[in-house]
Design a protein around this ligand. Sequence first.
Ligand code: NAD
Ligand code: UDP
Ligand code: UDP
Length: 317
Amino acid sequence: MRYGSTKKILVTGGAGFLGSHLCERLLEQGHEVLCVDNFFTGARRNVAHLLDNSSFELMRHDVTHPLFVEVDEIYNLACPASPVHYQFDPVQTTKTSVHGAINMLGLAKRLKAKVLQASTSEVYGDPEVHPQPEEYWGRVNPVGFRSCYDEGKRCAETLFFDYYRQHKLAVKVVRIFNTYGPRMHPNDGRVVSNLIVQALKGEDITIYGDGSQTRAFCYVDDLIEAMMRMMATGPEVVGPINIGNPGEFSIRQLADLVIELTGTTSKIVSRPLPPDDPRQRRPDITRAKEVLGWEPSVPLREGLTKTVAYFQQLMRE
Ligand code: NAD
Ligand code: UDP
Ligand code: UDP
């Protein structure tokens, strides 16, 4: 599907997992893309195939500092997303979420540009409501190990809504649930990448806790489609809107599927459950269906097969 005429589009965090797929799709649509990244968790490698495209520009920049460029739309994805990475320098994580949001909102205000925030299901914390609708305010520990990310993202949402109310800015907030696919960081500690890499190396497959905790996994192509549909909505659509795949699996089920798809001889081993690890998570995507006419189409087995192929290729390089 094509969304409107050619635009200049800024993607912060564009050299990361989701950002690189977004840059690719926007270029396919004929847009000019400015990819801004400080390469904390992203890599030039993720966008190397785009560097020859004259509509693509890669800029090293940290969004905690002001940015003066001229664009029509902004997708704000800059932020480490996996617990291992966002807990590495938690103060910087909060700065990236909060100062990064302020700078991108200031930029959007000056340019009268649309700005979309990549928020997260972590704003619901360890939820008492299941599945989580957008009206649910969440149950978040403000002083725990996940707080730098969870509260940073919550504060960013607050800023987006205040710029909307106070400055009449065209903002869009999507709450992304667990997403996986090619170009995930192999060492980011997230369950999909961990399990696949362990299986391919023949190492023990680590399940934290008893593996009965659940997550709902969305394939990256589906997610990017939803983000672009959200950006294409009129000014009346602000969000927040959950985007993710409502198919819920226990971590144990995921491990069994990875073992089947890789044909590994690896054994499952148990490791302690990290603090504040949510028991259950699944998006209620009623609003996304109604407002965006969107729902995910890639089943877990198909998406995992493509992801396994990516990691196999990566490990051969
Ligand atoms: P990622 O780590 O691959 O990408 C984040 C990118 O942001 C990286 O390229 C990193 O180098 C860059 N970055 C980090 N701090 C920066 C800074 N201060 N200035 C400039 N660039 C910076 O992670 P991802 O999975 O692609 O996540 C992208 C966005 O989507 C994040 O905002 C994340 O919170 C959100 N999100 C992702 C998921 C998921 O399951 N992948 C779920 C919920 C929300
Ligand atoms: N900003 C930016 N690029 C711009 C305009 C603003 O990075 O093109 C930053 C600016 O440095 C400021 C932030 O965005 O820190 C918020 O800008 P806003 O105009 O909302 O607030 P103010 O400058 O009045 O504090
Ligand atoms: N997990 C696991 N083994 C791993 C990595 C993660 O069992 O090697 C678990 C983790 O404890 C959590 C779930 O898988 O319950 C999803 O973890 P991830 O870090 O991918 O995402 P998040 O907790 O942010 O949803």
